[in-house]
Design a protein around this ligand. Structure first.
Ligand code: DX5
Ligand code: ZN
Length: 217
């Protein structure tokens, strides 16, 4: 069964607690938390204090997507603030420091994720597959919600799934960007097990129907 992770980037921040309770009741499997630093991506979102508040208000699994430069600097602080899983981009630092960031997250007792931008080939994830609980394939350029799904990423999804099946079959394969009821089916077909969706969940008045439509894929 495919999991759905609503991205709170598309929520109404003035009513964040209610928005989260709404998607929890609507059947969301986890929450996706997009952190942007204005440097790794051309946008700034939210960070540690917001994560701490969320942690106090929900027991949902918190999937933290760090779109920040040199994530090793902050990996431990996001774990302490309440992340259940920390996703780092392979492009955000040297291979040694990316590995160190994943090891730091593991040492904190949390799950690890490795993320690929659209231009980054599947092979870039290879050195980290055994250290990862999840691989995230971006299907839009990171930085903004509401963009169109890049269908040419489906091949990459299949390649990553095949690589994982060889060395770490329990690893989740997550897809993020432009996922809606139509593109969800393509992602599921290509091997995705977790669908991140911002606009396709928070942009709809009936969140239960929106999540059900994604899961039907
Ligand atoms: C983009 C973020 C996504 C974003 C997805 O940089 O990583 O998680 O919220 O939004 P939608 O689902 O609207 O494309
Ligand atoms: Zn994201």
């Amino acid at each position: 069964m495919i999991k759905v992770a609503p991205s709170i980037l598309a929520a109404d921040f003035a009513r964040l607690g209610e928005e989260i309770e709404d998607v929890r009741r609507a059947g969301a499997d986890m929450l996706h938390f997009d952190v942007m630093d204005g440097l790794f991506v051309p946008n700034i979102s939210f960070g540690i204090p917001v994560l701490k508040s969320l942690r106090r208000s929900t027991d949902m699994f918190l999937d933290v997507h760090l779109m920040i430069d040199r994530p090793l600097r902050y990996a431990e602080r996001f774990c302490e603030a309440g992340a259940d899983l920390v996703n780092v981009h392979v492009e955000a630092d040297s291979p040694e420091n990316i590995r160190a960031a994943l090891e730091k997250v593991r040492a904190c007792g949390k799950k690890t994720g490795i993320t690929l931008k659209p231009a980054t080939p599947a092979e870039a994830a290879a050195p980290y597959l055994e250290l990862a609980d999840l691989v995230l394939v971006m299907t839009v350029e990171p930085g903004f919600g509401g963009q169109s799904f890049m269908a040419d990423m489906l091949d990459k999804l299949r390649r990553v799934r095949a690589m994982l099946d060889a060395v770490n079959p329990a690893c989740e394969l997550e897809v993020d960007g432009g996922v809606n009821a139509q593109t969800a089916a393509l992602c599921a077909d290509a091997g995705a097990s977790v669908l991140v969706a911002g606009s396709a969940v928070f942009g709809k008045p009936d969140r239960a129907a929106a999540i059900a439509a994604l899961k039907q894929a």
